[in-house]
Design a protein around this ligand. Sequence first.
Ligand SMILES: *Cc1c(COP(=O)(O)O)cnc(C)c1O
Length: 399
Amino acid sequence: MLDTKLEIEPARIKLNMENWQHQANPWKKETERAWIEVNVENLRHNVQALKQAMQPGCELMAVVKAEAYGHGGDFIAAQLNQMGVTSFAVATIEEGIKLRKNGIRGDILILGYTGAQGARELFEYDLTQTLISLEYAKALNEQGFAIKAHLKIDTGMHRLGIASEDIFSAAAVFFMENLHICGMFTHLCCADSRQPDDVAFTKRQIRRFYSLVKALEKNGIRAPKLHIQSSYGLLNYPTLSCDYVRVGIAMYGVLSSPKDETALKLDLRPVLSLKSRIVLIREVKKGECVGYGRSFQAKRKTRIGIASIGYADGVPRNLSNGRGMAWVNGKAAPIIGRVCMDQLALDITDIGHVSVGGVVTLIGAGCGGGSAPSVAASSGSISNELLSRMGARLPVVAT
Ligand SMILES: *Cc1c(COP(=O)(O)O)cnc(C)c1O
C-alpha cells in the first residue's frame, strides 16, 4: 500500500455539498465565526425602566466596567451618552481614559484603586477617583493635582473604604487641599438576598452610612452627592432615596442568577446574545469519541455540529459534556465532549436539518436561547462573571 503511488484526479473526488446549501448567505465578516449581538432598543428600554423606578432626583450612574459587562464598553457608553446618560462608573483608570478618548461626556467615576502616580492623568482626563482609605487620599493629595473624588465608606463589606465609625478619618479627607470631594458612597454586600438576617444586615449598613453623613453634617461637612445602591440595592430597597444608583447588571437586562427574587419586579430585557456558526457537520459511529480526553463516547450513531466558538471567547469550559446547551434552529443541542479554546461540538442528531453556516446561539436575548442567568448557573457562576468574561476577540454587532 505504502509503495503504491496514488493516482489523484481532483476532478473525480466526490464531494457531499448537501450541508452547504446555505453557504451563499450574505455573510458579514463580523458574523462569520462568533460574535456578540447587542440590542440597543432593549438597552434603551432598561434605562427608562430603571430611571422610572428610582426616587425623584436620583440619577442613573451607568456601570460600564469590564467592557460594559462584555457588551463592548465604547459602544455601550456612546449609546448611553446619546440616551442622555451623563454619569458613568468604571473599575480602572485605563477604562476611564478609553471612554474619554472615545468622546464620552459627563462624569466618570473610577470605582477601584488607581496608583497615586496616576494623579496627572486623573486630572488631564477629568476622571473622578474613589478614595479607598485615608492613607490613599493623603498620597493622592500630595501629587499636587486638583483631583475630583468620591469618598468610599466601609459599612460592613470590609473591602474598600474608610470605616463608617471613623468619623475623624472621613472628615480629614474633606480638608485635603487638592482633593475635591464630589460624593460619598458605600456598597451593600448582600442586597441581593431576601433572607431576614441579610435584610437586617443591609439595613444596618444603610444606617451606618447615614449616621456618618449626620455626624459629618454636624461638623459642617457635606459631600454633594450620596449613593449606596447597585442593581440589587435598587430592586430590593427601592424606597431608599439617594443621588445616584450605580446600575450594572440590571441595565444589561438580566439578574445575576435565575432563582433571584426581587422586591421590585421590573420588565428588564436582555441586551446581549452570544452567537456562533456551525462550520462543519459530521457523523460518528456508535462507540466513537469526540474531543479532548475522549470524554464523549457516542451511544448511538450521532450527528455532530462543530461550532466555531470556545472558552477563549467566553464560553465556560465547565459547560462541557452536556452541562451546557446551544440553540440551533430554535432547538436545544447539548454540548458534547470538552469545550475547546476555539471550538465546541454539539449533538445535532435530534434537531432536524442543520446546514453549515447555521447560527448557534449560546446566550440568547430572547427567543430560543438560554438566558445569561441560566447559562451562568449551569456553569456554576453568575451572569455578571459570564458576561464580563466574554472574549476580547469577539466583534460586537448592534441590532
Ligand atoms: C460593579 C459595581 C456596581 C454595579 O453592580 P451591579 O450589581 O452590576 O449593578 C456598583 N457599585 C460598585 C462599587 C461596583 O463595584
